[in-house]
Design a protein around this ligand. Structure first.
Ligand code: BGC
Length: 816
């Protein structure tokens, strides 16, 4: 059954003002309230976008997918459409109707904390992938909530900063992905950004929400706030915000009902919101039956979905440098040193996009498996933990299931852990948070939780064990109190409700099981948040660094895996600079000096400096690839497949070269978009600044020849075709990119702008004719005076190549 507008009218017409207003605010982190009288179930939303987490923050498992930069690097909308299909299946397994993603803001600076969530610095590439992602998810009846509308492209002062941006820059750079998602993919919901645009909060912007999104683009879906990003009742309601998240509400819900009652907000404004809410519920099938909500969450681990995830990593990993060392000839390599802080379990970025993976596969193991005749050694070299690391989950076994990893949780219906537990659950994280009642039937502030696990250290020596919590806590090892946090001092974690971290050294024996227990209880009866983080650092080995360098020296080949992690890259803060955290630069340089046959794998979510790049044997940018990353990268290293990613963002040589150097991070609560439309490669090509690696760059394990382009101009389109030949010895992929350069622009325009691209896979020696079609928009800029896209008559150069700076053929075209 589909829900028509007439059905929605009837449903809305049957609701009281209070019922209508109740739907405009969440009741908890991820749920809207039901309207039981009318059989409307509770709508459930979830992050996203690198998987679907579900409604808990205690580590219920789901498929951990590659980050946005990997998606951007694929340049393959068809594949991202398939990714959408598996995201929808993941959402279904968690009973989620709205996926909070994709993230499509354009990173202006590589330091932006959420760069890893974004697809690209280019609006066209971002738009093409966003349309594929959204269509892929929504065709299965799950909504996307595209975010963050608009200009949430830095985390510094993200809750308040005003993006001072001119109309042309907004239209040409920062809005196209949203526009395409609305007009082409018909996205069903949009999340407003935390920040202000030109002085007004995004959730209170009549211009952005009313004029552009609804009126110009014809958006008929739901507009929701970012979490705790609503700042008013009347202004936000009038501007067009439909839903305040999360709950309990501060500004909408009952407060909005009261504003309607007092006449401050008209009932027609409320009715509009209710229509948007009910339309969304209808689209995701929630109104089909009263039983449509409330399904239990499953932890599906599906091989078919894993296959798609692995393909995305294969196609989204970028080979930025290769002197011929890759692919490794496994049979000819007697010994291999796998080195680096990220050579174990590959890292991910932090914040709301995090999901708990099914498996934590180590890269070193995946590589060793593919090189059975090679002696593989593993050395950490240096560490990059920001503070005491969370305990390695792989060392914890829940007492009730020795085959699993994680904690057994016991819930008590009193604040003293008294009596028998009233419920139990498994946690697959060692940093756990509960907002509101931790378990159905319990009352916030009047319950307590015990965590239990068997901890088997993998190294002998003095471990540092740590505990921090929202609430009071103690940690026991083998029944003996090790950390007493029952009188916590206020710290910074857990949304500001957390304690400081307490730590204790403890000498432990490798292979010996220790019983770990943590008791957690509320600080005060009114606290809605409980949380705990169990930390543990392996003993420090004095010569860790030297051992790694020696291992590289004695091996035929070294693979060094450096990068970042959730402590350094996350929403909430930006990076201080382009460097790799810790001693990693020295580690890479020393390993390369010891053995030039070194492959560097960079496991980070945004551009980093690599002054050593040209001296390495090969450099792979692996981003944050999710849980299929280890196997995918191992396949790429030994040549079972080829990395066919191309950079969706420029890697600068130095911060001074970046387009926003003079403007970021802003001051006095404002950040000026002074670079205008010269974002990313638009700046580098126009100003003649040579980056470390340009936008669009990426090597293949084979080589391609570009033929002479032919132009076919007619029926309002320009079609460029050319022959592409795989001139190498193996099958491989090429991303053919077409950039437009106007000869005599009426307004300052970038030297070139991406206008079309296609990804082609050819066997050795094979050739094919590719075609790239350009409509008027491909030549256009935003004409501020006319308030429209203008493609001026005149001559344009079409630059066709393998990156923004590797142009293989040029042809001219004249627009009449
Ligand atoms: C993030 C959103 C996210 C939301 C819910 C916010 O902090 O900015 O992207 O969807 O939290 O977790």
């Amino acid at each position: 059954m589909t829900t028509t507008d007439t059905d929605l009218d009837a449903l809305a017409g049957a609701m009281t003002v209070d019922e209508k207003a109740s739907l405009t605010a969440g009741v908890s982190l991820w749920y809207l309230p039901p309207v039981e009288r009318l059989g409307i179930p509770a709508l459930k939303v979830s992050d996203g976008p690198s998987g679907v987490r579900g409604d808990s923050l205690i580590g219920r498992r789901s498929l951990s997918l590659p980050c946005g930069m990997t998606i951007g690097s694929t340049w393959n909308p068809a594949l991202i459409g398939e990714l959408g299909t598996i995201l929808a299946a993941e959402a279904e397994s968690k009973g989620v109707r709205v996926l909070l993603g994709p993230t499509v803001c354009i990173p202006r600076t590589p330091l932006a904390g959420r760069t890893f969530e974004s697809f690209s610095e280019d609006p066209l590439l971002t738009a093409r992938l966003a349309v594929a992602y959204v269509s892929g998810v929504q065709r299965h009846g799950v909504a996307c909530c595209i975010k963050h509308f608009a200009c949430n492209d830095q985390e510094h002062e993200r809750m308040s900063i005003s993006a001072e941006v001119d109309e042309r820059t907004l239209r040409e750079i920062h809005l196209p992905a949203f526009e395409a998602a609305v007009k082409e993919a018909g996205v069903w919901s949009v999340m407003t950004a935390y920040n202000k645009v030109n002085g007004t909060y995004c959730g209170e912007q009549p211009e952005l929400i009313g004029t552009i999104l609804r009126h110009e683009w014809g958006f008929d879906g739901l507009v929701m706030s970012d979490w705790f990003g609503t700042h008013s009742t009347a202004a936000a309601a009038a501007a067009g915000l439909d839903l305040e998240m999360p709950g309990p509400s501060a500004w909408f819900g009952p407060t909005l009902a009261a504003a309607v009652g007092s006449g401050e907000v008209s009932e027609a404004v409320l009715d509009d919101k209710v229509h948007h809410l009910l339309r969304l519920m209808g689209r995701v099938g929630l109104l089909e039956s009263p039983a449509a909500g409330g399904q239990a969450e499953r932890e599906d681990d599906d091989p078919g979905r894993r296959q798609v995830a692995r393909r995305v990593v294969i196609e989204g990993t970028v080979l930025v440098h290769n002197d011929g060392l890759l692919p490794l000839e496994a049979a000819a390599i007697g010994s291999l040193a796998v080195i680096g802080p990220n050579a174990g379990v590959l890292e991910a970025g932090g914040g709301s996009s995090e999901v708990t993976p099914h498996v934590r596969r180590r890269l070193v193991d995946a590589v060793a498996e593919r090189m059975p005749g090679t002696a593989v050694v593993h050395e950490v070299g240096c560490r990059i933990d920001r503070g005491l690391p969370t305990i390695d989950l792989g060392l914890l076994t829940p007492p009730s299931d020795r085959a699993d990893t994680g904690f057994d949780l016991e819930y008590f219906d009193n604040g003293d852990l008294a009596g028998s537990p009233v419920a139990t659950e498994r946690a697959h994280l060692a940093r756990l948070t509960w907002v509101g009642p931790p378990h159905p039937g319990l009352t916030s502030g009047r319950c307590s939780i015990r965590l239990k696990a068997t901890f088997t250290p993998d190294v002998d020596g003095p471990w540092l064990v740590g505990l921090e919590s929202a609430g009071r806590s103690v940690l026991r090892v083998d029944g003996q109190m090790v950390i007493d946090n029952s009188n916590p001092e206020r710290g910074q974690g857990f949304y500001g409700a957390g304690s400081t971290l307490l730590e204790q050294a403890r000498t432990l024996v490798a292979g010996q099981p220790y019983q770990l227990e943590v008791d957690l209880w509320p600080r005060a009866a009114a606290s809605p948040v409980l949380g705990v983080r169990v930390a543990a650092e392996r003993p420090r080995v004095a010569d860790e660094f030297e051992r790694a360098v020696a291992a590289a020296q004695h091996a035929d080949v070294a693979v060094v895996v450096v990068g970042s992690n959730r402590g350094w890259e996350s929403e909430g803060f930006d990076r201080p600079d382009l460097s790799l955290p810790g001693d990693q630069r020295r580690l890479v340089e020393s390993v390369i000096a010891a053995n030039p046959r070194t492959v560097v794998v960079v496991n980070a979510g945004s551009p980093v400096e690599m002054p050593w790049a040209s001296t390495a044997g090969a450099v792979l940018v692996a981003w944050y690839p999710g849980e299929e990353g280890a196997d995918a990268l191992a396949d790429l290293l030994v040549g079972l497949d080829e990395p066919s990613g191309r950079l969706p963002i420029t890697f600068p040589s130095a911060m001074e070269d970046t387009p926003t150097f003079d403007y970021y991070p802003g001051h006095d609560g404002k950040v000026t978009y002074g670079e205008g439309v010269f974002v990313g490669y638009r700046h580098y090509v126009s100003a003649g600044v040579v980056p470390l690696f340009p936008f669009g760059h990426g090597l293949s394990y084979t080589s391609f020849d570009y033929g002479e382009p032919q132009i076919d101009q007619g029926s309002g389109r320009v079609v460029v075709s050319l022959e592409l030949t795989n001139t190498g010895a193996r099958r491989g992929s090429e991303v053919v990119q077409l950039y437009v350069r106007p000869h005599a622009p009426k307004v300052p325009r970038p030297d070139r702008e991406l206008a079309a691209f296609t990804k082609v896979t050819l066997d050795a020696g094979q050739n094919t004719t590719i075609s790239l079609a350009l409509d008027d928009k491909a030549f256009a800029y935003w004409d501020v005076a006319g308030h429209l896209w203008a493609a001026d008559p005149g001559t344009y150069e079409l630059l066709i190549g393998a990156s923004s700076q590797d142009i293989r053929a040029t042809v001219e075209v004249t627009l009449p």
